[in-house]
Design a protein around this ligand. Structure first.
Ligand SMILES: [Zn+2]
Ligand SMILES: [Zn+2]
Length: 248
């Protein structure tokens, strides 16, 4: 039977083979070997990746045994409708994200955005525009690139079809690093930090926000707030990894 989803995945895998030829070293364990898949992982590493499995929280997308809303989302009023994370924020994804963001290994954006595109196809969400979570220009100068933009470009190249709005949302205020802050502290820290510069392509549209990691959701909620205030209809979130759901 004809299945457009299967066909789309086949086309996607052909594109992946062209733009990301089989790696010589595994991108996780960095060993050389013969059996690398199209994402650049050796067989052992790929088998052990912390992919999020069903059932999932219907809001944050984390694995949640009960189905419905997880205990984090039960008590939070997220502004975004639904997040689609690929992995739990665990080894070796933590290390891959670290090398990508802080060690300048921007080549990792390509296989990671392919995995995100796959997860988005599976999620069956529909969106009109893709917007990366912006960096403040000071941090952009320090890092040299915005990791969320690289991931958003990758997703757009595979399934977006030129729906990337890469400068519609800006980070107007530079904010202190959020490590160690709780959700309330992060929300306050980021309040008013993001601004829509141009709402062309946003008004009445379903927006896919792209970031690398979801923790409390305060960053994407602040972005989503600003987008909704500027007329966006709905905001969805694509992230590479979500922090592991704390036990009750
Ligand atoms: Zn490996
Ligand atoms: Zn949740």
């Amino acid at each position: 039977m004809y299945c457009p989803l299967v066909k789309l995945k086949r086309i996607l895998s052909d594109i992946i083979d062209i733009v990301y030829p089989r790696a010589i070293r595994c991108i996780a364990c960095e060993r050389e070997g013969p059996s690398y898949n199209r994402y650049g992982f050796c067989h052992d590493c790929f088998e052990n990746l912390p992919f999020i499995t069903d059932p999932r929280c219907e809001v944050c997308g984390r694995h949640f045994q009960g189905g419905g809303r997880c205990h984090l989302c039960m008590n939070l009023d997220h502004v975004f409708i639904r997040a689609i994370p690929v992995f739990e924020y665990d080894i070796p994804i933590i290390d891959i994200i670290h090398r990508f963001k802080y060690k300048g290994h921007t080549e990792l954006a390509s296989p990671m955005s392919m995995l995100m595109a796959n997860a988005l196809i599976d999620s069956r969400i529909n969106f009109d525009a893709i917007i990366p979570v912006p960096l403040h220009e000071k941090r952009l100068k320090m890092r040299g690139f915005n990791q969320a933009l690289y991931l958003a470009q990758g997703i757009d190249g595979i399934i977006g079809g030129n729906r990337l709005l890469d400068s519609a949302l800006i980070r107007e205020r530079n904010t202190p690093a959020q490590i160690g802050m709780d959700r309330a502290g992060r929300m306050w820290n980021l309040y008013g930090a993001f601004k829509v510069r141009d709402n062309k392509g946003i008004e009445d549209k379903r927006i896919l926000l792209v970031d690398d990691v979801l923790t409390t959701g305060s960053t994407v909620d602040n972005c989503a707030n600003e987008l909704i205030d500027s007329g966006a209809k709905d905001v969805y979130v694509a992230v590479l990894a979500a922090s592991i759901l704390p036990k009750l």
